[in-house]
Design a protein around this ligand. Structure first.
Ligand code: AHM
Ligand code: MG
Length: 316
């Protein structure tokens, strides 16, 4: 039923457990705060670099750090999240001893776009804790996710939530402050007229990727915001193939996007909507992560388009 509130929809249609509902609701509360703060960030002096670098040596935006604090505080308050891991912190943190869930967060993906008032997103991935150690809790293959989702902060703030077999979108209602069901049981087209890739890097790709993109683009339309959640969201709704291939210019493949924070949650959502997620050579959700912050090549979106890319790499 459209306009059903987030909690009710999760319990009734996703059959989510009470701890899972509590964790996703707390992410929703954090998202409301972040949406509010993003609107006033330019006035409050919250834009720009924080002057710090992440454990991976990347410049952190003030809002990256602020959003990370807000999300961790809400997850701690939920009580059901035991462990949190995020792009902004090196090691997983223990939030609640008794919490049964591990939550992985890309706090503000595409944050370098904030100063230009472009869309940004928060991505989340939720697992049942295994209980042996925090690193075991967060280093599970993506196919073990209980739920995954993202929030896109754009002209509207929309949270997309997937559990296995169901994807729903909830729009933050500006009148009531609730996330209300706005698209139910989303399915993504199996093939599409759109592709999303940063073609400025074409010379750095392996020859098979270069040839594939050169052929695939003919008769299709390119759409690339450069903010993953925005590119993924558009492709989820209208169909499309998002690619972020490895850069081979140094002789070794170098990839950018993270398996645990970006690849796995988005692949879980894509698969739940009838799409696919791959490195080009293997299913993303089948990878056993070895490092929380490891990076992968990503091909994600319409099922037949992802399969065509995989076939092109196999034929190399
Ligand atoms: P970030 O985690 O530093 O924000 O970088 C991730 C972003 C993604 O949102 C986007 O898909 C990608 O970087 C764009 O990269 P590029 O500008 O190299 O095309
Ligand atoms: Mg990111």
């Amino acid at each position: 039923m459209l306009h059903s509130p987030l909690n009710r929809q999760l319990a009734e249609r996703h059959h989510a457990s009470a701890p899972l509902v509590a964790a996703i609701s707390s992410l929703g509360r954090a998202a409301k705060r972040i949406a509010f703060e993003l609107r006033g960030a330019g006035l409050a002096g919250l834009l720009g670099d924080a002057g710090t670098t992440s454990h991976q040596g990347e410049a952190q935006q003030k809002l990256d750090l602020h959003a990370n604090d807000l999300i961790c505080a809400e997850l701690r308050f939920s009580g059901t999240t035991g462990i949190v891991a995020s792009e902004e912190i090196e090691q997983p943190h223990l939030l609640n001893d008794t919490g049964s869930l591990a939550v992985l967060i890309d706090t503000l993906d595409g944050s370098s776009n904030i100063d230009a008032n472009m869309p940004v997103g928060m991505i989340f991935s939720i697992y049942a804790r295994l209980g042996s150690s925090p690193s075991a809790d967060v280093l599970q293959p993506g196919c073990q996710q209980l739920a995954a989702g993202y929030v896109i902060f754009s002209s509207a703030t929309v949270m997309v939530v997937a559990t296995s077999g169901r994807v729903d979108a909830f729009t933050l209602c500006p009148y009531t402050g609730d996330f209300l069901l706005s698209l139910a049981a989303i399915t993504t087209p199996v093939t599409s007229q759109y592709y999303s890739v940063n073609e400025g890097y074409a010379a750095t790709w392996d020859p098979a990727t270069q040839q594939f993109v050169a052929a695939h683009r003919i008769g299709r339309r390119g759409r690339y915001v450069g903010a993953l959640v925005a590119d993924f969201h558009r492709n989820l709704l209208y169909g499309g193939l998002f690619l972020y291939p490895a850069d081979h210019s140094s002789g070794q493949p170098v990839t950018k996007l993270r398996l645990c924070y970006e690849g796995n949650p988005l692949a879980f959502i894509a698969e739940a909507a009838g799409g696919a997620g791959s490195t080009g050579r293997q299913r993303l959700l089948a990878i056993q992560p070895t490092n929380l912050h490891q990076r992968v090549a990503i091909a994600i979106g319409s099922r037949d388009d992802v399969a065509a890319y995989e076939a092109a790499l196999r034929a190399q």
